[in-house]
Design a protein around this ligand. Sequence first.
Ligand SMILES: Nc1nc2c(ncn2[C@@H]2O[C@H](COP(=O)(O)OP(=O)(O)OP(=O)(O)O)[C@@H](O)[C@H]2O)c(=O)[nH]1
Ligand SMILES: [Mg+2]
Length: 451
Amino acid sequence: MRNTFSDTIVAPATNIAKQAICIIRISGEHAFKIVNQSLAKKIEAQPQTVLRNFFDGDVLLDQVLLLTFVAPNSFTGEDVIEINCHGGVLVAKKIMETIIRNGARIAERGEFSKRAFLNQKISLIQAQGINDLIEAKNDLALRISAKNMAGKTNAIVNILKNNVMDIISQVQTAIDYPEYEETENITPIEIGQQIKELNVKLLKALEISKRASVANNGLKTVIFGKPNVGKSSLLNALLNEDKAIVSDEMGTTRDIVEGEITLENFTLHLLDTAGIRKTENKLEQAGIDRSLSHSQSADLILYIIDHDEKYEDLIDVDKDKTIFIFNKLDLLSPDEVKQLQKTFQALRPIFISTVNNEIEDLVKAIETKFNMNKISQSDDLILTNVNEISKLEMAATKVAIAHENITAGFSIDLINVDLREAMDIFNDLLGLADINEEIIDNIFKKYCLGK
Ligand SMILES: Nc1nc2c(ncn2[C@@H]2O[C@H](COP(=O)(O)OP(=O)(O)OP(=O)(O)O)[C@@H](O)[C@H]2O)c(=O)[nH]1
Ligand SMILES: [Mg+2]
């Protein structure tokens, strides 16, 4: 079913700035009527690409290229006209003003996408995909959002939904025709098995989604270690700029210095922290406390070990999320390197020298640790939006409860309640559930004007 909106809306689809061309987009029932008011040679309501002179009354404003789309075959599902005009600020503004005077109203934030959604041209996952695509900071984010936008993710969610639906149908048959239970119907054990398989799939999707989401949004990366080991130097080397102050005085960095770098598949949000040591200085101690607390919430810790540090004196950090590093490789003899490698074998330390800008091994180690390449190319479900991930989590929980209950021998109709809730969540993700207007507005508000 197609929704009709009484207003025809207009917005620049590109920035209004001095540039080669500017695209102004109009969508709604009266799109053709409104544009024709400014054309001497009228256009028909049919798909076409034509060149026309565009007038404000008798005044010629510009020669424009018109791309027209007829409902329901357009992005919004309505009649849509794209005006490609010359990109002077004044020209584009005048054309906008004329179209508004002709009867269109300026679009609200995200209104084009909202209409596309309400006309079932795109799902929420696709809408989110469009936004993520525009905001993508790295290759991984770009690939995932393109997949979401193109509807591939929808297809995977659909399969999961059908999966639940199948199980529900089987349970329902067992409830409605209990006399067949042992013969034609599958047994609770078999149903339990199917639910378990579904749960495994959901948990995997959840795990990948969470990892991808972290990689997309930037891994919180804390550079950690004793004073003077070269933490600020590493920050500068990774950023390729002199952002943090470097000196041979211990305790140089007291406040957190931040920076962001984008590697091929993910973004690192770097924090250079105060060196960890015993100190009487209150200000320095405050910095040290901060370093410790940041390292606890970090996704990745780059722990630089001092050459003289003893293995047993290292601060206890979560080893799974830590890469151990020896800096100042240029000051170490090959024998010393061997000795350190042996002593710290369990931590598999990486050797770098920031003065010589030898940090490639570290960059490689980070990329390997968070290798998302395979993941993004697989057919697994990857959601990166927090909202969607929390829905997926809810669905997984419902399915897990259903599995627990059937294993514990609870009545089969009880299981259906949880499975149905899981199915509702999938419908919600697909944009098939009734979502209230307020929520929809809220979702599309974050879009830029006209998108
Ligand atoms: N030889 C050598 N010196 C280095 C290297 N990296 C850093 N340094 C020197 O080590 C000293 C300390 O460097 P910083 O980057 O300020 O160390 P930090 O860990 O941030 O120190 P605090 O902020 O005091 O905790 C400076 O004099 C740097 O020039 C390296 O790879 N080789
Ligand atoms: Mg420092």
